[in-house]
Every structure is written in C-alpha cells, then in structure tokens.
Design a protein around this ligand. Structure first.
Ligand SMILES: NC(=O)c1ccc[n+]([C@@H]2O[C@H](COP(=O)([O-])OP(=O)(O)OC[C@H]3O[C@@H](n4cnc5c(N)ncnc54)[C@H](OP(=O)(O)O)[C@@H]3O)[C@@H](O)[C@H]2O)c1
Length: 175
C-alpha cells in the first residue's frame, strides 16, 4: 500500500480513480487549479503552467504527507516544467496518463520521449497509460470518464510498464 498517493488532474476524468484510491488508506494529495474543492483528499490548488506555483504545491504536499510513493499524473502537455518537478519528488511509481496521440504511428518514439521525464532519477519508476478509443457496432468512440478512471485504476493495480485503455489500433479507426 502506498503511504502517500499524489494525483495531478484528479478533479476531472480521473475523479472516480481518486475516490477508489482514497479507499486504499494512506495519504492522498490532489494537485490542480481547484483541487481544494475535493473534500476527500488534501487539495493543493495550483496551475501546472505556473512553475513556481506547481513547485510550491508539491513542496506543501510532501511537507504534509511525506515522500510520494505513488503518483498519477495527467498533464495536457509534457513540454512544461511541472512533469519533471513531479518526477523529482516521486520515490516509487509515477503513472503518466497520456492521450491517444502518444500512440500515433506517424510519430513513433513519443512514449520513449514521455518516459524521459525521469531520466537520471533512479527512485522514480515510470509507468504509462495511453487513453485509446472503443470500437462499437457502427463505429468508434472516445472513452467515457468512467472508463478512463477504471482503466487507469486497473493499470495502477496491475503495475504494467505500459497499459492501453481501450485500443489504439487500427489507428485509422479512431473517432
Ligand atoms: N482517449 C479518450 O477516449 C479520451 C477521452 C477523454 C479525454 N481524453 C483526453 O483527455 C483530454 C481531456 O482533458 P480535459 O482537460 O478535458 O480533462 P478533465 O477531465 O477536465 O481533466 C483535466 C484535469 O486536469 C486539471 N487541470 C487542467 N488544466 C490544469 C492546469 N493548467 N493546472 C492544473 N490542473 C489542471 C483539471 O483540474 P482543475 O480544473 O481543478 O484545474 C482536471 O482535474 C482530452 O483533451 C483528450 O485528449 C481522451
């Protein structure tokens, strides 16, 4: 059991995941712009595009609940300082939740690029969860929030290096 779980972006599509993790025991920290509105966890309001604010929120979470042994993070982009700042704080596993573009066959190497967030940080073990789509009679559709939360939760429980929620192949079938 993780002693300190930290979720970035847990007030949206990952909110069901947060509820499930809250039942695991240990301390649960949420970081997002409106994280303090969730009363089931310690919320630290911050905008991850604001490097100083994000670093301050991380600092406060660690000061309150200790080193982060499990992090689940959804960032709109990894090309900001926040993902690396988070990786530097993780002493355990970091689950990166990634959009389907991470599996775009015309841009191979995106997963490897994403995993580099923890380069030189042996204490941070990166796991990746790619959000795909679902095929149904008549076509394909994007995942629901509930499917996303459930899929990420299963990925955390199974602890695989890479999990695809739904499917990303054939790429041409995406909605
Ligand atoms: N493959 C699929 O089936 C599928 C399905 C759904 C979504 N997606 C992907 O997920 C994306 C959904 O994104 P969304 O933003 O609409 O999801 P969302 O569920 O609204 O989640 C956004 C989360 O990130 C936090 N957040 C957003 N901007 C932030 C910021 N600047 N600083 C700190 N926290 C921030 C939000 O919290 P606060 O508002 O409290 O800051 C919220 O917790 C889509 O664009 C798509 O790429 C994929």
């Amino acid at each position: 059991m993780a002693r300190h779980i930290l979720v970035v972006g847990g007030t949206g599509m990952l909110s069901e995941l947060v509820k499930a993790l809250a039942g695991d025991g240990g301390r649960l920290s949420l970081l997002s712009r409106r994280a303090s509105q969730d009363d089931g966890a310690d919320g630290f309001d911050c905008d991850y595009y604001d490097e100083a604010a994000f670093a301050g929120a991380l600092e406060a979470a660690v000061a309150r609940s200790g080193p982060v042994d499990l992090a689940v993070a959804w960032f709109h982009t990894l090309k900001i300082a926040a993902p690396r700042l988070l990786a530097e704080r993780v002493q355990g596993r970091l689950f990166q939740v990634l959009g389907s573009a991470a599996a775009d066959p015309s841009h191979p190497g995106r997963l490897e690029t994403a995993a580099r967030v923890a380069d030189g940080l042996p204490q941070c073990a990166v796991r990746q969860v790619v959000l795909g789509f679902k095929m149904e009679a008549g076509g394909s559709r994007w995942l629901t929030n509930s499917e996303i939360s459930q899929g990420v939760l299963e990925a955390v429980r199974a602890d695989q290096a890479l999990t695809v929620v739904g499917q990303t192949e054939p790429w041409s079938a995406r909605p």
